[in-house]
Design a protein around this ligand. Structure first.
Ligand code: ADP
Ligand code: MG
Length: 246
């Protein structure tokens, strides 16, 4: 049984249909990379399945339970969110909180975990992403790569069953990109289930169990990483790979 399944998701903004019936299946331990040109609907897809945006229709199956994406309730959303993590393109850290405060916040407020326990958990995940020594730094005192690693620690702190990443390295220069990808590679090796929207083709090729290529709000092609990169079938895929490959 899949851990997560998205069925026929549709989303329009003021009549502009951005998702035109997208399906995704993620098994436990999968790393699913979502590729595609800018504007193809990748961010909207992640935002809809994290309920930051409400889909017009479609189903969301999580751990065997089916939800209607257009009618999911607030308490259902809260229940699902407790089991998932999200890493944004621009980190979304609180500027007026230190690294460790950013990580503990979701533990002490939403989950009512005692401060001492939250602190220990936060130090554990900050250590995991190589940021323990920066625990008391504010975001403005950290590089983009360091901020993104704190954001990954924040996502990890709640022991999610799946983490969604929306172009986590797109704002970073190559060196900082490498340090963030290293953390993500380690998570993948440990069996973390992830959906990763990315333009990092070599990372996707190396780490993904499955690749989904989107264009114009639809899945154009998908397959195993080897299949997808070594033997793309659709002309749009071939063109995308040719233009994106460095
Ligand atoms: N909140 C919004 N309001 C109106 N249009 C939006 C909104 N969010 C995204 N869009 C549009 O939806 C399309 C897909 O955007 P997006 O999901 O961000 O694509 P991607 O992440 O693949 O670049 C784009 O044309 C974008 O302008
Ligand atoms: Mg995007």
């Amino acid at each position: 049984m899949a851990l997560l399944e998205v069925k026929e998701i549709h989303k329009a903004f003021e009549g502009n249909e951005v998702l035109k019936g997208v399906n995704i299946i993620v098994d436990k331990g999968d790393v699913v990379s979502v590729l595609g040109p800018s504007g193809s609907g990748k961010t909207t897809l992640l935002r809809c399945i994290n309920f930051l945006e409400s889909a017009d229709r479609g189903q969301f199956v999580f751990d065997g339970k089916t939800y209607d994406l257009s009618a999911v309730t607030k308490s259902e959303i809260a229940g699902i969110r407790k089991r998932t993590g999200f890493v944004f393109q621009n980190y979304n850290l609180f500027a007026n909180k230190t690294a460790i405060q950013n990580v503990t916040l979701g533990l002490t407020s939403a989950r009512k975990i005692p401060a001492k326990e939250a602190h220990e958990k936060a130090m554990g995940v900050l250590t995991k992403v190589g940021m323990a020594e920066f625990a008391d730094y504010y975001p403005s005192q950290l590089s983009g790569g360091q901020q993104q690693r704190v954001a990954i620690a924040r996502a990890l702190a709640t022991d999610p069953e799946i983490i969604y990443f929306d172009e986590p390295t797109s704002a970073l220069d190559p060196q900082l990109t490498a340090e963030v990808l290293e953390v993500m590679r380690d998570l993948a090796k440990e069996g973390m289930t992830m959906i990763v929207v990315t333009h990092e083709l070599s990372f996707a090729k190396e780490v993904s169990t499955h690749v989904v290529f989107m264009a114009d709000g639809k899945v154009v092609e998908e397959g195993s990483a080897a299949e997808f990169f070594d033997n793309p079938k659709e002309s749009r895929t071939k063109e995308f790979l040719r233009l994106t490959e460095k």
